[in-house]
Design a binder for this molecule. Structure first.
Ligand code: ATR
Length: 282
């Protein structure tokens, strides 16, 4: 594996969040820079919500090239940037910032992390997609899937949040009490936090609701296999994991930060994927 050369000419990118020490972004981005011999380096910065404005001021002052933005800043950063691309504007959330000659521009690549792995399996046009949850990840999933012509339904514990998102993108809403019969759906995407941390053994839907014809996509990447993934595998369903989403959103982010360098060449994507899977994989 190529090693990264850092000099005074290297462009600096940061992943910012609170907490941040678990982030795998520096590992995969630095592996990509090294593989493509790009003069870039990524580090992690712990930025609390009250320091976000100062962090962006520092970015301008030090000419930091790009940010990967994670929880809890994806929505609050929107109003602090100089411009948004049309997709970030429509989703109302930013996971990528590029410093374009002193102008901080926000992008969203999370939706690409959802759509690309799904479309590698089959086109989304006409597919019936159920999105579980109604936070920022759900918004990116609903935006991405409706944009590709899928019929999207949202199911969330707090139904009013599902209704708000559904109105924006002309999706349907399924009350959580009705989530025991999901046979009509082709794809189920979990964007809730059930499966993460202390909730690792919980799933937002009963195992018996998962059918063999479903593709079940989990957006949590750590742990590698959450409860809904284990249930889906037991039912013989097709499975996509959080690592699939994390990799795709990261590859799109890499291109934006490096001004169009495509990590699809020279085995770069494979190097980045290997690092990720070694970090959280089975
Ligand atoms: P993100 O921006 O990453 O999507 P978020 O905005 O915190 O994260 O959203 C988390 C989602 O998980 C929400 O849809 C939340 O449901 P509510 O809108 O009802 O809060 C869902 N969620 C979290 N804990 C849950 C639980 N114990 N049972 C069901 N849903 C839960």
């Amino acid at each position: 594996m190529s090693s990264l050369t850092i000099t005074a000419h290297s462009s600096l990118c940061l992943v910012i969040g609170d907490p941040i020490s678990h982030s795998l972004s520096p590992a995969i981005h630095n592996a990509g820079y090294a593989a493509l011999k790009l003069p870039f380096v990524m580090a992690a910065a712990h930025v609390t919500p009250e320091k976000l404005r100062d962090a962006l001021r520092g970015m301008r002052a030090m000419n930091i090239r790009g940010l990967a933005v994670t929880m809890p800043h994806k929505i609050s950063i929107v109003k602090l940037l100089d411009a948004l691309d049309s997709t970030a504007q429509e989703i109302g959330a930013v996971n990528t910032v590029v410093n374009e000659g002193g102008k901080l521009v926000g992008y969203n690549t999370d939706w690409i992390g959802i759509v690309k792995p799904l479309e590698r399996l089959a086109p989304l046009r006409g597919k019936k997609v159920l999105v579980l949850g109604a936070g920022g990840a759900a918004q990116a999933a609903v935006f991405g899937c409706t944009g590709r012509g899928a019929q999207v339904t949202i199911c969330n514990r707090t139904i009013n949040k599902a209704r708000t998102i559904a109105r924006t993108w002309k999706a349907a809403v399924l009350p959580i009490e009705k989530s025991s019969d999901l046979a009509a759906f082709d794809v189920i995407i979990n964007t809730t936090s059930l499966g993460m941390g202390a909730l690792t053994d919980e799933s937002p839907i009963p195992a018996s609701a998962i059918c063999k014809h479903h593709t079940v996509f989990e957006t949590i990447y750590d742990p590698f296999s959450t409860r809904i993934i284990r249930d889906a595998e037991a039912q013989g369903a097709t499975v996509l994991r959080g690592v699939d989403m994390f990799l795709e959103q990261g590859l799109a982010q890499f291109e934006l930060h490096t001004g169009g360098n495509n990590p699809g060449v020279n085995g770069t994507r494979e190097v980045m994927e290997k690092i990720l899977r070694n970090a959280v994989g089975p």
